[in-house]
Ligand binder design. Structure first.
Ligand code: APR
Ligand code: PHB
Length: 391
């Protein structure tokens, strides 16, 4: 098999890239290790920056998002009995975010690739990258027991944090930066009306909590939990009791509880791999970087990578111009690091750090105090939350 761009990974990054390339007349093949149903079964965040919603529309997959997604022009932060409403639109000259689940984005992308007969090979096993620094890299894999070889001009590594692409870069070239947080998030999805129309981030002395939503009848809630907790430690009743104890009283009183239809624990990590390019391999999305979910930046960062990478690949495949590909890693990383900073900052502001002493706790309180009283501080928060521009 031959194609122009071999895309490793059929998550949102890989699918969006193949869709954008297709619309510009550039050929690609997506290789995904799992089944489509498995990929669509993963529940992830659902706050989309304008850069991402514009990109989805440009890719021709924005119609359902525009119908079903909810525009949010603010959210709240509640700490120790005080609440701040962050007026996103007012602080950023009218910018907003769209609440629409990542699962739905991925479903729309799969449907679009299928409608265009896009080559997406699922359940591809033993994917291995070869000759990445040569003119014609190759990807070998096994499908239904038979070995295959895919030849391409470029390889896009969109295979998430545990994929093979990043691991194919020699250790003496790849630099890794990492911070692991000493807690996790326990998340549940429940078919109940959300407790509020907007998101509420809360910090309590016992830990963080978040009230989010997918629709008027589907709620998503999280609480900070110890890293070694297991799902069995958290029957629904315990989850609801802990969530209520961390929310402002009036919010807790309004909360409608019900059975959890999904429950999972996720660790929190900040991670960046540099450079995002090795020869003809280009990394994008979770394959190159991870943010803690507090700022809802994971999918949005994948989108800005794909924005830069799709343009660079299109410029090269259509006009033979390699400059944008040469600049890709530095350009993507400049935006990645700012989102890393913001996600780290919001995580630090809103969680209980078990190892922290009294000094750090006071600094955390002062940080919230400062936010409450300073429009400048709120503006800095808001412009990052709605998403920094694609440079
Ligand atoms: N070969 C092929 N595919 C692989 C391999 C491999 N060796 N390893 C992993 N994959 C697939 C995974 O099964 C997954 O479907 O690559 C895909 C990567 O998808 P994601 O992990 O979703 O990463 P990405 O597409 O970059 O999406 C960005 O935003 O909100 C965040 O973390 C969240 O998933 C999210 C991400
Ligand atoms: C979610 O809805 O799952 C969600 C929302 C905001 C976040 C993280 C997760 O910051």
């Amino acid at each position: 098999m031959k194609t122009q761009v071999a895309i490793i990974g059929g998550g949102p990054s890989g699918l969006l890239l193949s869709q954008l390339l297709h619309r510009a007349g550039v050929d690609s093949v997506v290789l995904e290790r799992r089944s489509r149903d498995y990929v669509l079964g993963r529940i992830r965040a659902g706050v989309l920056e304008q850069g991402l919603t514009d990109l989805l529309r440009h890719a021709g997959v924005g119609a359902r998002m525009d119908r079903e997604g909810e525009i949010h022009d603010g959210f709240s932060i509640a700490v120790g009995g005080r609440e701040l409403r962050v007026d996103l639109a007012g602080l950023t000259g009218g910018k907003t975010v769209t609440v629409y689940g990542q699962t739905e984005v991925t479903r729309d992308l799969y449907a679009a690739r299928e409608a265009m007969d896009g080559a997406v090979i699922t359940q591809a096993e033993d994917i291995t990258l070869h000759d990445l620094t040569a003119d014609r890299p190759r990807v070998t894999f096994v499908k239904d027991g038979a070995p295959h070889t895919l030849e391409a001009a470029f390889v896009a590594g969109c295979d998430g944090f545990h994929g093979v692409s990043r691991k194919s870069i020699p250790a003496d070239i790849l630099r890794e930066y990492e911070k692991v947080y000493p807690f996790g998030w326990l998340g549940i999805l429940s078919e109940t009306p959300p407790v509020a129309e907007e998101l509420i981030y809360a910090r309590h002395d016992e830990g963080f909590a978040l009230c989010s939503l997918r629709s008027r009848v589907l709620s998503r809630y999280y609480v900070q939990c110890p890293l070694d907790d297991r799902i069995e430690d958290w029957p629904d009743d315990r989850f609801w009791a802990v969530l209520k104890s961390r929310l402002p009283g009036d919010v807790a009183a309004r909360l409608v509880t019900g059975p959890a239809i999904e429950k999972s624990i996720a660790p929190l990590r900040s991670y960046v791999a540099e450079p995002m390019r090795y020869g003809r391999l280009f990394l994008a999305g979770d394959a190159a970087h991870i943010v803690p979910p507090t700022g809802a930046k994971g999918l949005n960062l994948a989108a800005s990578d794909i924005h830069y990478l799709s343009r660079a690949l299109i410029a090269c495949c259509r006009d033979g111009s390699e400059q944008a590909l040469m600049d890709y890693s530095a350009r993507a990383l400049a935006r990645v690091w700012k989102a890393e900073r913001f996600s780290w900052w919001m995580t630090t502001l809103l969680h209980r750090f078990p190892e922290d002493g009294a000094f750090n706790h006071r600094i955390q309180q002062a940080e919230f105090d400062y936010l409450l009283g300073s429009r400048a501080a709120q503006t800095a928060l808001a412009e990052n939350y709605v998403g920094l521009p694609y440079a």
